[in-house]
Design a protein. Structure first.
Length: 634
């Protein structure tokens, strides 16, 4: 029997009951120990923690920050942290599983950022990677560097063309005025093979990229192969709609040369053969929206698939939530030195003016700190109670204007007042749906494609967003409450049931995040209608039907979606958002989550916050994602 230490004996019974390490984390450490034994128990902990951090969305285990920020990094309690071995950073230097090109772990060593190492150079601290994370990060670095190193021809008449796209006004700008950042973004992207354009909602990212595409096709000697993509089906549909709307302001000859149909990033990269990973897309320009949602490995695949001679333009909001999977690629690339000259941040919001409550909340949340929340508290105090100041009938009819930011002061989802608010939020959708639901006096009317599309659009006028899935104000319980409050949910599949796809289904051309409605089709049979705008096979010559109908029995991975998590809402926008926070604290309550949730609202925002202290704490808590893309290349 082997006497070498394993991870399991290190976990005493009191610790094992609350150990945050998963079975996979422990199994990895014990597997490495069985292949190459170590006499230092700290080595097993390091291997397990590297796996643990990957599962939490980190690219690596940040050994330099671990002693002072273990709670934020690991998501552990003080009691759990106290049971960790000491001097883990020192033990990393003797890890037996980091040696060789095929080693399962990779250690990047350096002194603390604020200190000098033995050679007198300032560097970042030690980081321990799983090999797959290291390979992805290095692949991103290398391919970006390759793009930056290639020579580039700049049109001689670039400034004249920019002047035509961004005509100056007769009034000269005031002294010290900021430059036209949309023009700057086009200028930067024209002169580089990779460009990051970041900015909040309504800052004109899509408008900018349409002008950029017009500039590129106008200077090209041939028709360009242009691909448009986004991480989810909903985001792809929004990009398609935005591009089409922006193109209406362009000359007809340019409109014909610029595509409008976006597809999901997964579908775009399907052309990458697993058998031939070096295969590349036949493209000249790739535009990817909602790039903050792209995880580390997906970004590595994207950069591998797009030829280095092609332009890659990434649009996104660096202040939003990072990807669900590991990495914070967009944020780190925007703030690091690697692409500093290729990053343009748009700051002027055309959606939220100076008097917009939603805009003021977004700005206040992004500037909040642990000891500085007066702006947030003033906005909270100024927000009226939702619906309280209007007579009931006027509220339900929507005859009177409402403030753009309100509060919902309920302690329970079972409060009858919630039903009033929900029916008000979905009043247009419910009115359209009524004809297609069975009644005692009449059967349900069949639904034509155009009617289904109107219902889909009306449904997305209002949405309930949750910070968590479980608990009284989590997605699962709120969906059940909403079904009852709206008088729906009398069977598993009913007219009006909204569903979200939770896993890509290429056979049905449905992507994770797509939303459909169960409705009686033209033959009166209940089927699920999905918008057809995300279908990449659509062309101008063969326009798609407004919706695609799918039998419920064919949908294996869907869930009811009256309420969804803020994470799932990324890439979407709604006219009115009800943002619900739990009464108990949770690690997911961060500044990025609050900002992402409230900026999904286009016109109106209602905050449901039973414990306002958690709101202040959340806005002061940043998402911490360890990685090296914003570090110098050690």
């Amino acid at each position: 029997m082997s006497t070498t230490p394993t991870l399991s004996p290190l976990l005493q019974s009191s610790w094992a009951q609350t150990a945050p390490l998963t079975g996979l984390d422990k199994s990895l450490a014990n597997l490495l120990q069985s292949k190459q034994p170590s006499d230092d128990p700290r080595h097993l902990w390091l291997a397990a923690l590297a796996s643990h951090q990957w599962g939490r969305g980190h690219a690596c285990l940040d050994l330099a920050a671990l002693p002072s920020e273990a709670g934020a990094l690991l998501g552990w309690s003080d009691e759990q942290i106290a049971l960790l071995p000491t001097d883990l950073r020192d033990a990393a230097a003797t890890l037996p599983w980091t040696q060789g090109e095929a080693s399962p772990l990779v250690l990047v060593q350096g002194a603390d950022k604020q200190q000098e190492n033995q050679h007198g150079h300032s560097a970042y601290g030690d980081r321990l990677y799983l090999r797959r994370a290291w390979a992805a990060e290095q692949g991103i670095r290398q391919r970006i560097s390759q793009r930056l190193a290639l020579p580039f021809d700049v049109p001689a008449d670039l400034q004249q063309r920019l002047n035509a796209l961004f005509p100056s006004t007769d009034t000269p700008p005031p002294t010290g005025a900021e430059p036209d950042l949309q023009r700057l973004a086009c200028e930067v992207a024209t002169q580089n093979r990779i460009t990051l354009i970041t900015g909040g909602p309504g800052t004109g990212k899509t408008t900018t990229v349409v002008k950029l595409l017009a500039l590129l096709v106008g200077t090209a000697q041939r028709d360009l192969h242009i691909h448009l993509a986004a991480p989810t089906g909903k985001a792809a549909a929004r990009l398609t709609e935005s591009i089409r709307n922006a193109l209406t302001k362009m000359p007809a000859e340019l409109q014909a040369r610029i595509p409008t149909q976006a597809q999901t990033l997964h579908r775009l990269l399907q052309t990458n053969s697993r058998a031939n990973p070096a295969h590349q897309l036949a493209t000249d320009v790739v535009v990817v929206d909602e790039a903050s949602m792209i995880d580390l490995e997906m970004m590595a695949r994207l950069l591998q698939a797009v030829p280095p001679t092609a332009r890659l333009i990434l649009l996104g909001d660096k202040d939003q939530l990072a990807s669900v999977e590991a990495g914070a690629v967009m944020s780190q690339l925007c703030t690091g030195a690697l692409l500093r000259a290729q990053t343009v941040t748009l700051t002027h919001s055309h959606r939220f003016g100076a008097q917009s409550g939603i805009g003021q909340w977004a700005q206040a949340v992004n500037h909040a700190t642990a000891n500085n929340t007066p702006a947030l508290k003033a906005l909270w105090k100024a927000a009226p109670e939702w619906l309280a100041s209007l007579p009931l009938q006027q509220r339900l009819d929507g005859d009177m204007p409402e403030p753009d930011v309100t509060r919902l002061q309920l302690t329970s989802a079972s409060d009858p007042k919630l039903a009033v608010g929900l029916r008000h939020g979905w009043r247009h959708w419910l009115a359209l749906l009524d004809a297609h639901r069975p009644h005692k006096t009449r059967p349900a009317a069949p639904c034509r494609d155009e009617q289904a599309l109107k219902l889909l659009n009306a449904f997305t006028e209002f949405c309930v967003l949750c910070a968590v899935r479980e608990g009284p104000l989590g997605v699962m319980q709120l969906n059940a409450h909403i079904e009852r409050a709206l008088g729906l949910g009398d069977s598993a599949w009913y007219a009006g049931r909204p569903v979200m796809v939770t896993r890509n289904d290429y056979a049905l051309n449905l992507m994770n995040g797509d939303i459909g409605l169960c409705l009686p089709d033209a033959n009166g049979v209940l089927r699920v209608a999905f918008p057809a705008s995300a279908d990449p096979s659509a062309t101008a010559q063969t326009p798609p039907s407004p919706v695609r109908w799918v039998m419920p029995s064919r949908l294996e991975s869907v869930e009811t979606v009256f309420a969804m998590t803020v994470h799932k809402s990324q890439g979407s926008e709604f006219r009115h958002v009800l943002l619900a926070l739990p009464a108990q604290d949770s690690p997911v309550l961060t500044r990025e989550l609050i900002y992402t949730g409230l900026t999904r609202a286009r016109e109106r925002l209602t905050l449901w916050v039973p414990n306002v202290g958690l709101l202040w704490n959340a806005c002061a808590r940043r998402v911490m994602r360890s990685g090296g893309l914003d570090h110098p290349d050690l």
